[in-house]
Design a protein around this ligand. Structure first.
Ligand code: HEC
Ligand code: HEC
Length: 621
């Protein structure tokens, strides 16, 4: 099983690339905190069929650990060239495939017996979710920030195709007959403003392994934050974990799942259609931020790691597909009680010993869960009767000592800080970025929803929020707790979250070519800074914001103001939709339809090529 994990480039690299490509000097005041400890960061794992060995991708340590089962001794640690984000074991158990995420990702093929690197295969930007065909000849890898899936012939060691996904594919699974591939798209890819009448939801892409013919299955309105996907052993169903956001309601309460619920969507694979979306939460207790999902080999159990509440959810597949689930666990957000407590009896929720469960692997009746923040593996024995002996723990290294930065990262993802554990900051800000949705937070009045903001550079680009209603990001962090998680954090927790957010490395844009501006983006850079176009007046390098509010004619119907804070343009390639209300899905629409920054006459003065160049530059930041 292979799952993506939040990015962790060294900030120095990010800043270096940024200053190189943008030609604008280094970004001030943001420096990664001195990290005195080293973390392993287990995020994905694979178990051998004989349940003797566990292979663990340790993202932070950039290594793969070989763990002896059942004892838990770490036999070997193999360094890999990049952040390991997914692992898959060949059906004969001889080869281990590891995706190493980077702007130019590498897939390494390792000898499972010796740990030797046998081959390396290039992949796209931020490769995640290595998935093998049942015969082991085909490999599917999601290129998260290129929105496509690499199809690789492992016998030849070469890429056969890149199949388009929708937005940020993060996990894939193949049916048992090898004929169909299902792909989880992390984020919605739509407008979200009031004038837009469609659904805003993430999707699952399904493609034919031979023809690559693709169907996109829409999930219910508000679906986002997909992390995991698996197929049932008989290939009839796919299960995708995600959040279902009640973003059309005012978030004045969090109980009973008013803001976010946590769900699994069931897809009929042969029919390529959504069957149902079933809640994992209980009436008074959220099951926050489901991450990975896996089926037992007999198809009886569906297991889901709950990354925000540090639990494993074990669901009887027959129950999941049964009438009771549909009747009692179908989220009806914004209407009223979501789940009568009756539904709770359908799911077994098992508290795990570590913190931040992500990737799952199952061998026989044992479920192994990578616990990201505690550098441990939880072992859950599904066959154990009663609680005795059901849950064990394997330490991958010395016990973790948290630096303030790491502690902040952990708390940011921890839903147990929220009233009734419904959500964490990461529920709306996955990887401390965006969910692609609008929320009508009450800090600036009601009836004027705002698109979620990324926290990249927030602490050095005050004020915060589209209307600048929070003077600083520090203030926004604390009000996030009080008004969205409905809890008051100890000051130290908030301070550590600040430290984490300040350390966020800028991810180099997928539009860069070997870390540099393309020729088109370079021409765009000159236009951006020219007298003729003048974007730099409000978006000056290196932060690409003058930190001031402006009236740029973007007021939307429900707004009380026409002045909005100028946002940074760094990483704007990953934060669509654009403007405070998310009315444009592309930079091109913003410029051409919105005439943003190009008052009358100036747009017409630009050639088609010049517009393209400008777009290319903005997307390269
Ligand atoms: C229900 C979804 C949701 C949750 C949960 C949430 N946020 Fe936000 N956050 C938003 C939205 C929407 C905005 C943008 C609001 C605006 O522009 O007025 C935002 C903006 C921010 C900003 C300002 C960024 C900037 O540069 O202007 C910070 C900082 C922030 N959130 C921190 C947090 C923290 C810390 C938590 C957890 C305690 C949290 N958020 C939880 C939705 C959420
Ligand atoms: C007069 C100041 C001003 C000028 C000039 C200007 N901008 Fe902006 N820009 C803003 C403001 C203010 C916003 C936020 C508006 C809103 O949210 O409604 C913004 C938003 C944006 C966004 C959307 C960012 C996001 O995260 O949603 C992009 C992209 C952008 N500007 C690019 C440009 C480009 C390219 C130019 C030059 C053609 C330009 N801007 C010129 C002030 C300006």
């Amino acid at each position: 099983m292979n799952r993506k994990h939040g990015w962790s480039y060294g900030l120095a690299i990010g800043v270096l690339l940024l200053s190189l490509q943008a030609g604008g000097g280094a970004i001030p005041a943001v420096r990664a905190t001195e990290e005195t400890e080293r973390y392993l960061g287990p995020c994905a794992l694979a178990a051998s069929a004989d349940a003797r060995t566990l292979y663990v991708a340790c993202a932070d340590a950039r290594q793969v650990a070989w763990v002896a089962l059942p004892g838990g001794e770490v036999l070997r640690r193999v360094a890999v060239p990049g952040e390991p984000s997914g692992v898959a074991l060949s059906p004969d158990g001889t080869k281990l495939i590891v995706t190493c995420a980077a702007p130019n990702s590498v897939i390494v093929v390792l000898d499972a017996a010796s740990g030797q690197i046998l081959a390396t295969i290039p992949a796209g930007h931020t490769a995640v979710g290595a998935t093998l065909s049942p015969d082991g000849t085909r490999l599917y890898v999601c290129n998260r920030f290129e929105n496509n899936v690499s199809v690789i012939d492992l016998l030849e060691g070469k890429q056969l195709a890149r199949v388009a996904a929708v937005r940020e594919p993060v996990a894939a699974a193949v049916t048992g007959d090898g004929r169909t591939v299902v792909v989880a798209n992390h984020l919605p890819n739509t407008r979200t403003d009031a004038a837009f009448s469609g659904d805003s939801a993430a999707t699952v892409s399904i493609f034919d392994a031979q023809t690559f013919a693709t169907t996109v299955v829409d999930l219910p309105d508000g679906s986002n934050g997909l992390r995991g996907i698996c197929t049932s052993p008989d290939g009839t169903h796919a299960f995708a974990t995600h959040l279902l956001s009640n973003f059309r309601m005012v978030p004045f309460r969090v109980d009973t799942g008013w803001i976010n619920v946590n769900v699994v969507s069931i897809i009929d694979v042969p029919q390529r259609k959504l069957l149902a979306t079933i809640g994992l939460d209980e009436f008074y207790r959220g099951a926050s931020t489901p991450w990975d999902v896996a089926c037992t080999a007999d198809g009886k159990w569906v297991c889901v790691s709950l990354s925000g509440t540090h639990e494993l959810n074990v669901i009887d597949r027959a129950d999941l597909l049964g009438k009771d689930a549909l009747r009692t666990m179908s989220p009806m957000m914004g209407v009223w009680p979501i789940y009568p407590s009756l539904g709770a009896s359908l799911w077994r929720r098992i508290q795990l010993p570590g913190n931040g469960p992500r990737g799952l692997a199952i061998a026989g009746a044992k479920v192994y869960v990578a616990e990201y923040f505690s550098d441990t593996i939880a072992v859950v024995d599904l066959a154990a009767t009663g609680d005795e002996g059901r849950v064990g723990s394997i330490a991958l290294g010395p016990s973790v000592k948290l630096t303030p930065r790491r502690r902040g990262e952990m708390l940011f993802h921890d839903a147990t800080l929220c009233y009734q554990h419904w959500q964490s900051c990461a529920s709306c800000h996955p990887d401390a970025r965006v969910d692609g949705l609008n929320w009508d937070l009450m800090n600036d009045g009601v009836g004027n929803p705002k698109n979620t903001k990324s926290m990249i550079l927030s602490h050095v680009t005050p004020p915060s929020m589209a209307e600048g209603v929070r003077m600083t990001a520090e203030e926004a962090v604390r009000s996030g707790f009080t008004h969205i998680l409905f809890s008051v954090p100890p000051e130290q927790d908030a301070a550590d979250i600040d430290t984490y957010l300040k350390s966020l490395p800028v991810v180099p844009s997928p539009y860069l070519v070997d870390g540099r501006l393309s020729p088109s983006a370079e021409r765009g850079r000159q236009l951006f800074h020219s007298q003729q176009v003048g974007c730099h007046i409000c978006h000056p390098a290196p932060l690409y914001t003058d930190l001031k509010p402006h009236n740029v004619g973007t007021r939307s119907p429900g707004e009380f103001t026409e002045r909005f804070d100028t946002p940074t343009l760094i990483e704007v390639w990953r934060t669509a939709p654009y403007l405070h209300d998310g009315r444009y899905t592309t930079i091109r629409e913003l410029l051409v339809d919105g005439r943003h920054g190009l008052s009358s006459g100036r747009l017409e003065a630009l050639s088609e090529q010049e517009i393209q160049d400008l777009v290319e530059f903005v997307l390269s930041l």
